[in-house]
Design a protein around this ligand. Sequence first.
Ligand code: 26V
Length: 800
Amino acid sequence: MGFNKEYFKKVYLNNLCTLCETNLEEATLLDKYNALVYTIRDDLYKKWVNTNKIRKENNVKKVYYFSLEFLPGKLLDRNLIYLGIKDLCNEALEEMGISLKELEELEEDAALGNGGLGRLAACFLDSMASLQLPGCGCGIKYKYGLFKQKIINGYQVEEEDNWLKSGGLWGITKIDKCVEVKFGGNVKSIYENNKLIFKEENYHSILAEPYDVPVLGYKNEFVNTLRLWRAKSKKDFDFDYFSLGEYLKAVEEKVDIESISYVLYPDDNNYKNKVLRLKQQYFLVSASIQSIINEYKKSNKINSFHEKIAIHINDTHPTLAIPELMRILIDYEGLSWQEAWHITVNTISYTNHTIMPEALEKWPLHMVKELLPRVYMIIEEINKRFYERVLREKGEQKAKNIAIIFNNEINMAKLAIVGSHSVNGVAKLHTNILKSEVMRDFYDIYPERFNNKTNGITHRRFLLKSNTKLSNLISESIGDCWIKSPKELKKLESFAEDKSFCEKLQCIKKENKIELSKIIKDSTGIIVDENSIFDVQIKRFHLYKRQLLNVLNIIYMYNEVLQNRDVFPRTFIFSGKAARGYYEAKQVIKLINALGEKINKDSRVKDKIKVVFLENYRVSLSERIFPAADVSEQISTASKEASGTGNMKFMMNGAITLGTLDGANVEILEAVGKENIVTFGLKAEEVLNYYKNRNYNPFEVYNREPIIKNSVDKLVNGFLDINRDEFKVLYNELLRRDEYFVLKDFMEYIKAQKKIEQLYKNTNVWNKISITNIANSARFSSDRTIKEYAKEIWNIENIK
Ligand code: 26V
C-alpha cells in the first residue's frame, strides 16, 4: 500500500463508511474490527494476485496439502506483523481512539481442527509462505469449529463454536469456482470403441464452494492460499413442497446436503465409522482434485501431472484422494489404468500421525460401496492388483497381512501406503516404530518409500508474535536475522553465562508469569504466586498423555507439604479439551478441578501448591501460556505420542522439558544434551515388550510401593470432597489394567520432579539450561521441516 499513517487513517475511515455503513462515532467494536480487516486486506490481496501471477508465469511445481483440519488461530496480529505495519497501524488507530488490542481480542480463533495435527498443518502453511514455496492448503469450511469448553462445577461442558461470527472477512468466497461432487447411484460398465468405460448414473450431486484465505509469508510479499470448501445445495428449496405449505420438507434436502460442512468432528485419535465423516472426507478430496485439474489443464498436459503437482495427505483422512484421482484420470481424462496409477502414486505422499490402534481408519465396505460406487470399484481393483503381486512375490502369509480389504473393511492406512510414493512418520522414534512394528510388512516391500520428517512449529507465531519481550531481547543480542533464519538462534549459546543477559531473561519470564497470573485470576479467581515454579501441561486430554500421572504427583506433593517437608512453591497449570464422548478423559478434568478445590483453599498449604485449570484451551490462549512456563510436562507413555509439538513451543520459550523418551522429546534431548532436560520412565521398547508379553501387573506395583498406594487410594477414599464413586473408573483403570503404565512410571516421575526443583533453586544453572534450550530450538522450526518435505518428498522449489 506504501502505507503511511495519514493514508491508513483515510482508507480506514472510508472503509468504515463504505463497507460498514457507519462512522467513527457510531461504530461498534465489530465495525471497527471489520474496517481494519478491509483496510489490511487491500494490500494483502494485491500481493496475493501478484504472487499468483508470478507463479503462473513460472509454471513451477506446486504442492497441495490436503487436511480435514487446519488450526490457524487468530490472524489479525499475525498479518500485521508479517506485513510489517503493526506499529503504524497501532498508532493510527490510537489517534482515532481505537485500541488495537481490543480488536485483536474480539477476533475469534479459527479452530477448524482438534489439536496437534491441525495446528501442524497451519504451521506448515506459515512456513511454506515464508519460504516462498508454492503451496495451497485444502480443507473444509466448517460452519462450526472445535467446540468451546466451559468448566461447570468442575466438569467439561461443550458449546458450539461459531467462529465466523467475527466476520470471516480474511477470506473470499469464489462463487464462480464451484465444482460438483457426486454421491450414491450406480456404475454402468459399457464397451465403447473396443474400450471398457464406466458411466456413473442416478447419483446425487452437490456443490462445493471455495472460500480462499490468503496465507502471507513473513515480510516477503509472498501469499499462498488456504482453500476451504463449503457444501452447498444446488437448489435452495423445493418449490413443490413449498407450494403445498410443507416448509420443512421444502428445505430438507438443502439442510441434509449442507450438513456435510456443518461441524468438525471433535474426536482425535478415535475413529468411528460415521457416514457423515466419510462424506466429509470424499467431499474434500473430490472438490480439491477437480479444481486442481481444472487449473492445471489450462496450461499443461495431463500426462505430466505429477511433474507439476504434488498432493500431500495429512493422515489417512484424505486417503480417498488416491482412488478419486484414479477415477478422474481414467474416466474423464481417458488414461489407462497403468498410466493413471503411475501418475497417482507419483503425485501423492502420506504422513502418518499416530500409532494408536483406535485411531486407525477402517471403513465398512458396504458404506463406501453405497456412497461412492465408482471409487469403491477402484479401491477393489487396487487391492486385487497389489494382493496378487505380493502373493506372487512373497507368498500367502505376506499377502494376507497387506490386504487393503479385509473383514469387509477398507484399511485406509494400507491404501495410503500403496497409493503414495512417500510415507513418513513425524519424529525419528515414531518413524522407526512404523518401520519395525506397525507397517513392517509394507516397509519390507517398499523400503524406499519410508522416511522421517520430524515435526516443527512456526517460531514466528510461537516466539516472535507471542513472546514479544523475549523476541526483542533476542534481537538486541544477536540481531533479527533469526526471524527468517532460525538457525541464528544458536548464537544465543554464547550468552548462557552472560550475567546481564540472564538477568534480563529472568525478568522477562517473570513479567510473562505476571501476565499469565492475571489471566488465571480473571478466568478462575485463583491467585497464584509469580515466584513459584510454573509447571504446565497443556494439550488434549487422553489417557495416553497421562495427565493422571501429573495429578498423582500433586497428591503426593500435597502430602509432603502437610508433613512439613521442604517443597519449593509450585503452580500446576492444566488446560485442554477432552473428546465429547471420552468419559475417562473428562473425569480426569473433573479430578484436576476437584483436587484444585481441595488444595487451593487449604490454609495449611500456605500457597506452596496451587492447581489451576484454564478452560477453553485454544491457539490464542496457548500463546499466553508458553511464554510464562518454567516446566514443560511431556509425560506420555513412551511410544504413544507420535511427536508432540507443544514440547517444541515450550522449549523455544525457555521452559525446561520434563518428559519421557517419547516422540520428539528424544530429539529435544539430542539437541540440548542430557544436562538440559529431565527425562524419566520406561523406554518405548520396554513398553512395547510389556504389550507383547502381557507381563505388566499394576496391582503388584500398587501393593509394593506405599507412596503409590497412598496417592491412588485418595481417588476413592473420601479425601476429595466428592462422592467416593466419582473417580472409580480411573481408579479401576489404574489397578486393573493401567494400559499406559502410570503406576509403573510413578516413582521415577517423583524423582524427576525433585530434580526439577533442585535445578530451579539454582538460578544460574536454571537460566543456563533455559538459554541452551532456546538456542537449540531452531531444528524444531517448521521452516526446517518444510524444507525437508519440499526437497525430499514434494520436489518443489521456492520462487525467488
Ligand atoms: C484421528 C481421528 C480419527 C477419526 C475421527 C477424527 C480424528 C481426528 C484426528 C485424528 C488424528 C489423530 C492423530 C493426531 O492428531 N496425531 C498427532 O499429530 C501431531 C502432529 O503430527 C503429533 O505431534 C502428535 O504427537 C500426534 O498425537
